[in-house]
Design a protein around this ligand. Sequence first.
Ligand code: ZN
Length: 236
Amino acid sequence: MNKEQIAESNRKYYEKNKEIISDRSKRYYQDNKERICEHVRIYRELNKQKISDLNKRYREEHEEQLRVKKKKYYLEHKEQRAKYLEENKDRISEYQKIYFEEHGDVYKERRTDYNKKYRETHKDRVAISNKMWLDKNPEYKSLHCKKRRARMSETICNLTELDVINIKVFGCLVCGSYDDLAIAHDIPVIRGGDTTIENCFCLCRSCNSSMSTKTLEEWKPVLVPQKFSQSIFLGI
Ligand SMILES: [Zn+2]
């Protein structure tokens, strides 16, 4: 018998005797539980790095399936989860305190990376939720406006009404839309950019939030052909 034939006959034997084998395995596990647990514990201890690498690789290769599974589980166990969290509030908060003391730096770094990646890939969603949050928290909204005004006061702001009309005549520089137009800055005000005709142009709300705090050169948008004249004017 060659290798394949042996494998095939093993498979057939297993199919035929599935229940007996399963019962035998269960019994063996029950009878030797402590010994097996100890063996597993030692194996894990000796192969920490290998197991961690394997787990990492599995998570990377099955990212989408795991995400779907996690979401499904979360939705199916929402109530139990809320109940558990409520019942173990003190214990969890104590555990979190100890965990942060021990792993604070790593956690913070991982969280910052994740947040950065999320903000970059969900710009529109972040802009909408920021706006909603500011609408719900007017005290912060005025603070936000104050900060922006303070930044503006440190930069040159000499855009006239006529300049604004001239800029808006072109519509959104990137997509050509005329909806919800705003004056955008090539070098953002937050980075010291001036509100002058040389530094300003027009973007719709969606393109404006995609541009975020980047310059045009960093953002590299795809321009629509009819915006060509304005692009030349802006030197991009
Ligand atoms: Zn646009």
